[in-house]
Design a protein around this ligand. Structure first.
Ligand code: 13P
Length: 248
């Protein structure tokens, strides 16, 4: 059985002071024990977040990392730095990193390999643009991303990867993919994993949907066979709304 995983991606929001205040509020809520709960905070908030959530079952993630352990890479954060903080998850290849910061699939692949090597679970994002969706190219796009991003990830390691299907046109736009469209793509991803690995390994991988998930649509999305969680931006930034997502 795959344990559902709901992660709030805070993106570039919340100062340290605001982080502590929000996490105090979140951790005072009654949150389901049957869901793996993650908050994915800015680097500057990570230390305080881990400290604040020490006695809870809410895990902390970061939004990016470089693949090297140390060196002359101005502005980057290494897996050893995340290990030292006690970070459990790291988002790799979010569409905002791909689109705004021009991250390539080969860079993303190096980051996924490095995260696994350092025992940090990658949340690997994939998804198509509006134009690709309108031309019915969503499957080709996601397939080519995942084949490259998962290169040299072994059968033993693939279950450590969470895959987040996030159609770019649904991110922050209020337009959610219909639950049937989301399920269709998540099933496509699972079938691809069967091809790349085998059905046993594929059945262990958790696949999230992301893109305008909110308390009003989360239970419908989570009811689908191949959707094991959600990666949520905007609606994860308030304690009440985060709690409603977790308790879907
Ligand atoms: P929204 O939930 O704000 O659409 O963002 C989705 C997302 O990009 C999560 O990583």
């Amino acid at each position: 059985m795959r344990k559902p995983i709901i992660a709030g991606n805070w993106k570039m929001n919340k100062t340290v002071t605001e982080t502590i205040a929000l996490l105090k509020e979140i951790s005072s809520k009654d949150l389901s024990k049957n869901v793996e709960k993650v908050v994915i905070v800015p680097f500057t908030s990570a230390y305080s977040a881990v400290k604040e959530l020490k006695n809870t079952d809410i895990k902390v993630g970061c939004q990016n990392m470089y693949f090297e352990e140390s060196g002359a890479y101005t502005g980057e954060i290494s897996p050893l730095m995340l290990n030292d903080l006690g970070i459990d998850y790291v988002i790799i290849g979010h569409s905002e990193r791909r689109e705004i910061f021009k991250e390539s699939d080969s860079l993303i692949n190096k980051k996924v390999l490095s995260a696994i090597e350092h025992s940090i679970n990658p949340i690997l994002c994939c998804g198509e643009t509006l134009e690709e969706r309108e031309n019915n190219r969503q499957e080709d796009k996601v397939k080519s991303q995942l084949i490259e991003d998962l290169k040299n990830i072994s059968k033993d390691d693939i279950e450590k990867v969470v895959i987040a299907y996030e159609p770019i046109w649904a991110i922050g736009t209020g337009k959610t993919a219909s639950s049937d469209d989301a399920e269709e793509m998540c099933k496509f991803i699972r079938d691809l994993l069967v091809e790349l690995y085998d059905s046993k390994s594929a059945s262990k991988v958790r696949i999230q949907y992301g893109g305008s998930v909110k308390p009003e649509n989360v239970s419908e999305i989570m009811s689908k066979d191949n959707i094991d969680g959600a990666l949520v931006g905007g609606a994860s930034l308030k304690a009440d709304s985060y709690a409603s997502l977790i308790n879907f």
